[in-house]
Design a binder for this molecule. Structure first.
Ligand SMILES: [Zn+2]
Length: 180
C-alpha cells in the first residue's frame, strides 16, 4: 500500500469511528424519538362512530395483546390523541411527535388516520385501517419506517396492509430492546 492510500484509509476509519455515535442515536430500526416508557396514554376517541372505535380498539389491542412490554391505555387528561377523518393528504396515517431533542422522549403525540386514502386503497377496510393504526403506535414505541431487514415487519411501508396488521417478531424484539 502506498503512503497516501494508507492515510486515506486512516482518515476514513476515523470518520467512521467519530461518526458512529451520532448515527447510532437514531439508528435503524429506531426513529429519533419515542416514549420513555412502554406504558402510554391516549385521550378518549369516543367521539368517533362505533366502527372507527372498534378499529382503533383493535389497533391498540395489536400492541397490548402482543408480548411487547407495552400498554396503551385511555386517559382523559392525556396529551396524546388519535383521530380518524377524511384528510386531503396522501398518507394513510401520520404520527406527529413533540419530543425532547436531547433524550428523544416524546412529550406529546398526535396520530391521524386517513379514512379517505384507506377507502381508496383497501380491499379489506377494517384490516387495512387496523394495520395503519398499529403501525402509527409503532412510531410512539421508537420504531422507524422501512427498517433494513428481510424479516416481516409492521413498519415496512410496502407491506400488504390488508393482511399484515400485527406487530411482528422483529418489531416486538426491537421494542423489547428499548424497554426491557
Ligand atoms: Zn410510518
Amino acid at each position: 500500500m502506498k503512503k497516501n492510500q494508507k492515510i486515506g484509509s486512516l482518515a476514513l476509519l476515523l470518520i467512521l469511528i467519530i461518526g458512529y455515535p451520532i448515527t447510532a442515536y437514531a439508528a435503524d430500526p429506531y426513529a429519533l424519538s419515542g416514549s420513555e416508557s412502554g406504558s402510554i396514554t391516549v385521550k378518549s376517541y369516543s367521539s368517533h362512530n362505533d366502527t372507527w372505535i372498534s378499529y382503533i380498539d383493535n389497533g391498540i389491542k395489536a400492541w397490548n395483546g402482543s408480548t411487547a412490554p407495552v400498554e396503551i391505555s385511555i386517559s382523559s387528561p392525556s396529551n396524546n390523541s388519535i383521530q380518524a377523518a377524511r384528510y386531503d393528504d396522501s398518507w394513510y396515517g401520520l404520527c406527529t411527535k413533540s419530543y425532547d431533542e436531547t433524550t428523544g422522549y416524546i412529550t406529546k403525540f398526535a396520530i391521524q388516520i386517513n379514512a379517505r386514502t384507506i377507502a381508496n386503497a383497501a380491499t379489506s377496510f377494517s384490516d387495512f385501517a387496523e394495520s395503519v393504526i398499529a403501525h402509527e403506535f409503532g412510531h410512539v414505541f421508537w420504531l422507524c419506517d422501512n427498517p433494513r431487514t428481510k424479516l416481516r415487519t409492521l413498519m415496512y411501508q410496502k407491506r400488504d396492509r390488508n393482511v399484515l396488521k400485527l406487530p411482528q417478531t422483529f418489531d416486538i424484539d426491537n421494542v423489547k430492546a428499548k424497554y426491557e
